[in-house]
Write a protein that binds this ligand. Structure first.
Ligand code: ADE
Length: 224
């Protein structure tokens, strides 16, 4: 997979890609991440990429020309499966969307900033809009990191144990069951006995039941 990220502040996103699972995925050649600074496509030598909104109002709007230039340069080099815009006024990311995107080859992610982008960018270039939740961040950079992490960990070969993504919360619309490790007793709190029994059929049944109970208690909306 190849992900091209377009942003006004790509530096904000670099370090999360330099550690742990996402780093290993790149080292193994399972994903390539490329950052593009929108200012490199500015409309003048002063690096202009935004302007005040027509009709008045607070904040600045990212202009269409720099984004057009950047996206079209990328599109002239390869085909893209999706051109994604991260914005709070969009459908909210869920596990199924991450699963679907993890099957794609090449993605562009445009991260919004300021008051957002000229609507014509969304109408002309964007194939999918994604929010990471019903709250507003100061820019789409952190949302982009969240989306990339959710996708990359699903790529075959990224997680050591091939089955571990399948037992995540949400993969079957249930929260994951509780997990425990040593010591078996801590401050009088005992690990559920069945987990120490070695009876894997019973353990599987307990985990399934525990996942259902937790979902009913914490996220009943998932069971609707
Ligand atoms: N940009 C600002 N807030 C956002 C959000 N909640 N999701 C995606 N992009 C955003």
């Amino acid at each position: 997979m190849r992900i091209d990220i377009i942003s006004v502040i790509p530096e904000l996103m670099q370090s999360p890609f330099e550690y742990s699972i996402i780093k290993r995925a790149q080292d193994k050649g399972l994903v390539e991440i490329h950052f593009h600074n929108l200012r490199d496509y500015a409309i003048n030598n002063y690096g202009k990429i935004d302007d005040s909104p027509f009709g008045g109002g607070a904040g600045m709007v990212l202009m269409i020309e720099p984004i057009d230039k950047c996206i079209n340069k990328l599109k002239s080099e390869r085909n893209y499966d999706e051109i994604i815009y991260m914005t709070p006024d969009a459908p909210v990311l869920n596990q199924q969307m991450a699963n679907t995107l993890s099957l794609k080859g090449n993605l562009i992610i445009l991260t919004g900033h300021y008051k957002g982008v000229d609507q014509r960018v969304r109408d002309l270039f964007i194939t999918k809009e994604i929010s990471i939740g019903d709250y507003v961040l100061s820019g789409g950079e952190f949302a982009t990191i969240v989306l990339c992490d959710a996708i990359i960990r699903l790529l075959p070969g990224v997680l050591g144990d091939e089955t571990s993504a399948l037992t995540d919360s949400f993969q079957d619309d249930l929260l994951a069951p509780e997990v425990y490790t040593r010591p078996a007793v801590y401050q009088n709190k005992e690990v559920p006995k069945v987990l120490l029994s070695g009876d894997f059929k019973k353990i599987d049944e307990w985990r399934e039941q525990n996942a259902i109970e937790r979902t009913e208690r914490i996220r009943p909306d998932l069971l609707d």
